[in-house]
Unconditional design. Structure first.
Length: 604
């Protein structure tokens, strides 16, 4: 560990452990990105989280909170400090009568599900899997598929965040409502969510049924019951077969009935499909045949010929098998635009450019299936709407997800050509990308798509983290942060002056990790490593920090340094109680390690 960090760690709350390791290799679930954080920290208490934040502030490090790493983009990559709350995952309070539950934010959905079941409770809605942390699910706007539900986070009643100044703040619809709306989709950029209070409901079972249908019959039923006849509905579209698997589920009192095992749910089918996808990376033109074979074996070769049914507890029955590593590119658009979106994309993939009206060639392109078609309706939401909610504010939302598998972690050759056209179509239809997934939208586009809501989110973010401790390249690329401009032409040095802790990407390269396939290693700027070049200046600042933490006043010499250095009295005091009412602004610049000026280290 950097001796300067070690020195600080022993000074701040010496009785509180700092559980950090320095050899952690982080990767996303899909192994699309790898990164090697300087420190990987696994706190077990609020005091440990506060010590970590204080230490990061003193040592001028960026902090990234990672849940289960299921977001496939570089959102959670860092060469700085990575925090994981897997050891901060207790259920703190459950009221079986009201269904109100308070948890530590690191708990995974499946562990929460198991604990709630002991009290006769469950979550009302789930997405495809339950491996994610609850805080991660909230932070990116994870959704399931039901017009009777909005985002999974609509069950959240209040959140407690640890801010960059070490202050704990609780927010809800009535306390700090702007912070609440910002934190409901925070992109990890506001602080560390440490506690969550949510509304659960009594456990229920779902009876589900799925069958294969012609795409035309699905589109014909679009406005006449496809999405409204059942509580949960999702559609898997097979573009070359021009058919779709329609799955629907409702609450039931029927006895449990386990689902039948299907082709790729068994070991043989799983590996056969995986190897066919791997072969298709070399011979993409076999993909329509793979679609016919695998989905025929799985769901029947003819429409309506095979029906699969089961009755399961909701916490397992709403999930599905996501199979292999994948790229996912998912967008939210008004539900009524669904038939047009699907008809045009289908035409483009099947060689009918006149109907497609997509200005890119699909020559030689073959893609994977299924394209996931799901819905939600956040207008029914009783909690305040997150500022960055991608769903339609005026009615039901359709989610279209262009999944591409990465067999044996190898990228499919169609990715760039497919996603360029898919994203173009989504933009043409006024759609907004799912924050967790692989999209290429620029900050200017996103600013336009969110308008005043984005401005509000940015304002709250800036208030709670003015130095950019929770920001990285993903945020820089995607958001119009202070010092950036929406025309993408900002000189980077302005951003770094405005947000001195923001971590920029230095480079990305093919991961030099055994078995990483085509995964990329993300490398951040590691600016603190060049501090030695500052020599005396850094030493003087470190000495000043020691003096400040010992209660001494800062010398006149220190005040003259170029890096802002606060009076000892202006350092933010550690807060011990959760603030219900408001949050203080930070004492920025409280540093024991000085970062070099931006221009001296950045490689443009
Ligand atoms: C196989 C698979 C299936 C999926 N299914 C669905 C689906 O059905 N519906 C859907 O909408 N999405 C789905 N996703 C996307 C997934 O739900 C999101 O990526 C979610 O954010 C992952 O949660 P996580 O715990 O892995 O968070 P991570 O990916 O680790 O982090 C996501 C964001 O949350 C932030 N964060 C995490 N913990 C905290 C904290 N304590 N405080 C502050 N910020 C925090 C991180 O900094 C980051 O910005 C799926 C992804 C995969 C890989």
């Amino acid at each position: 560990m950097d001796p300067a960090v070690l020195r600080e760690a022993t000074r701040i709350d010496p009785a509180v452990p700092f559980r950090a390791s320095s050899d952690h290799l982080h990767h996303t679930w899909a192994q699309t990105f790898f990164s090697r954080p300087e420190l990987y920290v696994r706190p077990r208490s609020i005091d440990e989280i506060r010590k970590l934040v204080t230490l990061a502030r003193h040592c001028r490090r960026r902090l990234v909170t990672v849940g289960s790493g299921h977001s496939p983009s570089d959102l959670t990559c860092t060469s700085s400090w990575l925090v994981n709350l897997d050891d901060f995952n207790r259920v703190l309070e459950v009221s079986p009568e009201t269904g109100v539950v308070t948890i530590e934010a690191g708990i995974r959905l499946r562990d929460l599900g198991a604990r709630l079941e002991e009290h006769g409770l469950t979550l009302s809605n789930l997405g495809s899997i339950d491996s994610q942390s609850v805080a991660g699910v909230i932070s990116t706007g994870t959704h399931g598929s039901s017009l009777q539900h909005g985002l999974i986070s609509e069950c959240i009643l209040s959140l407690t965040l640890m801010l960059a100044n070490g202050q704990l703040v609780r927010c809800s619809a009535t306390n700090n409502p702007s912070l609440f709306r910002a934190a409901l989709i925070s992109l990890g950029a506001l602080g560390i969510i440490v506690e969550i209070t949510l509304q659960a409901e009594p456990t229920f079972k779902v009876a589900w049924r799925q069958t294969r249908r012609q795409l035309s019959s699905v589109l014909n039923e679009w406005t006449s019951g496809l999405w409204t006849s059942h509580e949960f509905v999702r559609v898997w579209w097979m573009p070359y077969e021009k058919s779709a698997v329609v799955w629907h589920a409702d609450k039931t009192d029927l006895p449990l009935r386990p689902p039948p095992r299907l082709f790729y749910g068994e070991t043989l089918g799983y590996h056969v499909y995986h190897n066919l996808l791997a072969l298709a990376n070399y011979f993409p033109r076999i993909l329509p045949w793979v679609e016919w074979l695998v989905f025929g074996l799985q769901y029947g070769f003819k429409a309506e010929a095979t029906v699969t049914e089961a009755v399961e507890p909701a916490r397992s029955g709403l999930l599905m098998n996501c199979l292999y590593s994948q790229f996912v590119n998912e967008w939210a658009l008004p539900l009524e635009k669904g038939p047009e979106a699907i008809t045009r994309l289908s035409a483009w993939l099947n060689g009918d450019p006149a109907t497609a009206r997509i200005p890119f060639s699909a020559d030689g392109l073959y893609v994977h299936c299924p394209i996931e078609v799901r819905v939600s309706d956040s207008t029914r939401n009783q909690t305040p709407r997150p500022f960055l909610d991608p769903t339609s504010p005026n009615g039901p939302t359709l989610y279209l997800n262009a999944t591409l598998y990465r067999p044996y972690l190898r990228d499919p050759p169609c990715k760039d050509q497919y996603y360029e056209a898919f994203e173009w179509l989504m933009r043409d239809l006024g759609a907004r990308p799912h924050w967790a997934k692989n999209f290429l939208s620029t900050r200017a586009e996103l600013k336009h798509l969110y308008g005043p809501d984005m401005d509000e989110w940015l304002k709250v973010r800036q208030d709670v983290d003015p130095d950019g401790m929770f920001l990285g390249e993903w945020h820089y690329r995607t958001l119009v942060l202070p010092g950036t401009s929406s025309d993408e032409s900002d000189p980077s040095s302005t951003v770094m002056a405005a947000l001195p802790l923001l971590e920029r990407e230095k480079t990305r390269r093919k991961a030099d990790v055994r078995g990483a396939g085509d995964g990329m290693e993300w490398i951040g700027d590691r600016r603190w490593e060049t501090k030695e070049e500052l020599g005396d200046q850094a030493a003087a600042h470190a000495a000043a920090a020691a003096a400040a933490s010992a209660g001494a006043s800062v010398s006149a010499l220190e005040k003259e340094k170029s890096h802002p250095w606060p009076e000892a009295s202006s350092l933010s005091p550690p807060t011990t109680a959760t603030s219900e009412e408001s949050f203080d602004l930070l004492a920025s610049g409280e540093a024991s390690i000085v970062l070099p000026e931006y221009d001296s280290w950045v490689k443009e």
